[in-house]
Design a protein around this ligand. Structure first.
Ligand SMILES: Cc1ncc(COP(=O)(O)O)c(C=O)c1O
Length: 444
């Protein structure tokens, strides 16, 4: 065991050899604290204290809610230090690209800071429609609708489409926003094994007859594992059983396809092979907000009557739309960004694999998971990297199943070879040290 790991073990364990944190008392409700005994509130208060104690005892920085003082680039400033950053899904470096930032400023000048209304009531501006038409062309469908949030797009669209008596059949690794939508709709949710057409087929064979409408929900690029959705095969299976198909392109647009148009381009699919293409502006496009694209009548109906998607919700801030439009221009004008993104992903995976790091089921995409099972071990690796000037967040339950805790590295086109090589060495050291930590009693 290395010196630092032995030191941490000694500090974390009390004299009986059990983990130090005591079992939390059930908090009492009271005036202004009616949710004090909400399971998440109670658990979080205890968890926050024990995590703080662990990091403080070892003199390690707590990497959770890291507060940076710079744009979210490949190098960020934190507490006056510079960190090589793997925490941003700024895949093409567009979030701080001068043309994107300038376009946001110009739009701010032209239309003000806020839409100040829902679109149907004087909130409409021409650049919403310009962006929507551009996204519809990218996905080869009739129309698109831009929104203020990717999460709310999934929740609101599925909440609008499905009812009690309907079913959403989701990939086992589907994003939580889809689950929220199914709950919002009051529909049933079934799951099939991740990315497995045969599993989807057997679920549909067994269950399709029990429901009216059925929506198969997939992702183009799975955000925790870095796998590529087998959209073409899965959509074909869905069609055999008279199901609609919706694909979440959050981490796929600007990443997949020869021109960055996403998984549809990657698989050379026609837009109509999928009913709804959902995406976000907050990832490769370096902005904020979501979109939904598909048949023009369906999108038109959502525009006026899907609560939270456009209706009864303020329009997106104009500057976010200006930024996204400029990001699409840069994507077209600078295809070398995509090439660099993929060569960085390839290099980083190769470097880590050569150091025997567990990369799970990753497919060498720009999302690189480093599996470090157990929450405290993953947190330890993240904190130790931070001490060495590298930021990569630890991902723990409920975002991933217990036992598959990990660090997630987002690669971008802007990382340098030197940054990737140095990081791979540091990751190998930190993972090795984390392995040597003793089990912490009841602590995951
Ligand atoms: C797959 C997926 N869908 C939807 C969202 C929500 O998007 P937004 O951050 O734009 O709300 C995310 C966010 O991380 C995501 O990873």
């Amino acid at each position: 065991m290395s010196e630092s790991a032995r030191d941490l073990a000694r500090r974390l364990l009390n004299s009986t050899g059990e983990a130090a944190p005591a079992k939390p008392q059930r908090p009492r409700r009271g005036p202004g604290r009616q949710f004090a005994d909400h399971p998440e509130v109670a658990a979080m208060a205890h968890k926050r204290a024990s995590i703080e104690a662990v990091y403080a005892q070892f003199g390690m920085p707590n990497p959770v809610f890291l507060t940076r003082e710079s744009p979210n680039d490949t190098v960020i400033r934190w507490q006056g230090r510079e960190l090589v950053n793997f925490g941003a899904y700024n895949y093409l470096g567009l979030g701080n690209h001068p043309k994107v930032v300038q376009a946001a400023k110009d739009t701010l000048d032209a239309y003000g800071a806020s839409a100040s209304a829902s679109r149907i009531v004087a909130g409409e501006i021409p650049i919403y429609i310009e962006l929507e038409q551009r996204l519809a062309r990218m996905y080869d469908v009739g129309d698109a609708l831009v929104t203020t949030s990717g999460y709310l797009t999934n929740a609101g669209v599925i909440g609008f489409l499905l009812r009690a008596g309907d079913v959403a059949i989701c990939d086992a690794l589907i994003h939580r926003s889809v689950v929220s939508g199914v709950q919002w709709a009051g529909a049933r949710q079934l799951s099939f094994r991740h990315n497995d057409p045969e599993s989807l087929r057997s679920v549909l064979r067994m269950a399709r007859g029990n429901f009216d409408r059925a929506l198969v929900v997939l992702e183009g690029h799975y955000s925790m594992d870095g796998t590529i959705g087998r959209i073409d095969e899965l959509a074909a299976v869905a069609r055999e059983f008279d199901c609609a198909v919706m694909v979440d392109e959050a981490h796929s647009l600007g990443v997949f396809g020869e021109t960055g148009s996403g998984v549809r381009e990657h698989f050379s699919m026609a837009g109509g092979e999928v009913d709804l293409w959902m995406g976000t502006l907050s990832k490769a496009l370096g902005s904020c907000g979501g979109f939904i694209a598909g048949d023009a009548d369906l999108i038109g109906a959502m525009k006026v009557s899907a609560p939270g998607v456009a209706m009864l919700s303020g329009g997106p801030a104009p500057s976010t739309i200006g930024a996204a439009l400029a990001a699409l221009d840069v994507l077209d004008a600078e295809p070398q960004r995509l090439t660099r993104l993929w060569s960085n992903a390839e290099l980083f995976h190769t470097l880590l694999a050569a150091r025997d790091i567990d990369l799970g089921v990753s497919e060498r995409t720009p999302i690189c998971p480093v599996l470090v099972p157990q929450e405290f071990r993953a947190g330890y690796v993240s904190a130790r990297l931070l001490q060495h000037g590298i930021y990569a967040g630890a991902i723990t339950a409920p975002a991933v199943p217990v036992g598959s805790e990990r660090l997630r590295f987002f690669l971008t086109s802007e990382h340098t070879d030197d940054q990737l090589r140095h990081t791979a060495d540091q990751v190998a050291d930190a993972v090795e040290a984390a392995r040597e930590l003793p089990d912490l009693g009841g602590m995951n």
